[in-house]
Design a protein around this ligand. Sequence first.
Ligand code: UT7
Length: 348
Amino acid sequence: MQDAQPADAGTRERTAVVAGLGAWVPHGVVTNDELARVLDTSDEWIRSRTGIGRRHVVSPGESTGDLAVEAGRRALASAAANGGDRTADAVVLATSTPDRPCPATAPEVASRLGLGGVAAFDISAVCSGFVYALGVSGALITSGAAERVLVVGADTFSTILDPGDRTTRAVFGDGAGAVLLRAGQPTERGALRGLTLGSDGTRSDLIQVPGGGSRLRSAGEPARDADAYFTMAGRPVFGQAVRRMADSVRASAAELGWAVSDVDRVVLHQANARITAAVADRLDLPVDRFPSNIGQVGNTVAASIPLALADAAQEGVLRPGHRVVLCGFGGGLTWGALGLVWPQVKPV
Ligand code: UT7
């Protein structure tokens, strides 16, 4: 464990600093045994192949925006409890399951949080969405365009899964997490640094919802129900996830001036416990440096990293002074990572 940022981190640059953290999952829970009652699967298969024991799902009429508002409210409360202001002058929402295809969900989230006429927009980068959103929000702060940005990751994949697809239904769950960023200095605990982002659009077919966009609509073909569902080619995605996340953690650590072995906690997108174990192996790090809550929530897409952060901080697995790298991978394909020294911030 390290107590401070390295001395070469710079002193006067304006940087985005984590000031609050909030998390929220809907009340509905589906256990593996409940899935096994309606699909050809078993608790044993799901646990051994993914590490997942249960997942949360929205109730009828509940939306991604509803979850985002709850997580956002908690991140603002967390910032206030840690001595900061309960305000933001921009809201950036990472999601692939917006309340409607158009407009973005973020403006409504900002209004419902009582933030007034602040800048608000969505980011679409599937399971990398939260890392992309942190990167863009950090840039809003470093450019001087914003002082405080509420960054939310929220998804309700239960609303786009094929009810008959045992693989995706076993993996995905709903949830939301949020971080409040404020302007600060790179030498402070909580300063976001070492951002690395990437994509490979030649593999966009591996994770997709085929319908609902301009490609099929312009072809004039009648909409097929199946095209509205999320599809994932599990095997090839697995290999890509391991390689891209291991490479991203390495790149981010190098950018931060940290040896990989000096990273205290790696908070990966919670895709699959076997993926986390394989990334740990590639990085030659003990798997207990990778906080995990996948057993309780499954893969919550853009919410996955802030939910894992909140659970780890709540349980004391993630402590102030830890050198942390956050890393996401998902549809697009997209991936990314960044790092920080964990600040004195308690989640709400
Ligand atoms: O979040 C974005 C990034 N996403 C990821 O990184 C996900 C990466 N992929 C994965 O995590 C895994 O590929 C899955 C969990 C999705 C699937 O696990 P797998 O070990 O790769 O299984 P598979 O797709 O290769 O399927 C193996 C067998 C198949 O049966 P056959 O053809 O061998 O008879 C599947 O039909 O397991 C079967 N299967 C199941 N059996 C029982 C697939 N899903 C289930 C299930 N229960 N839920």
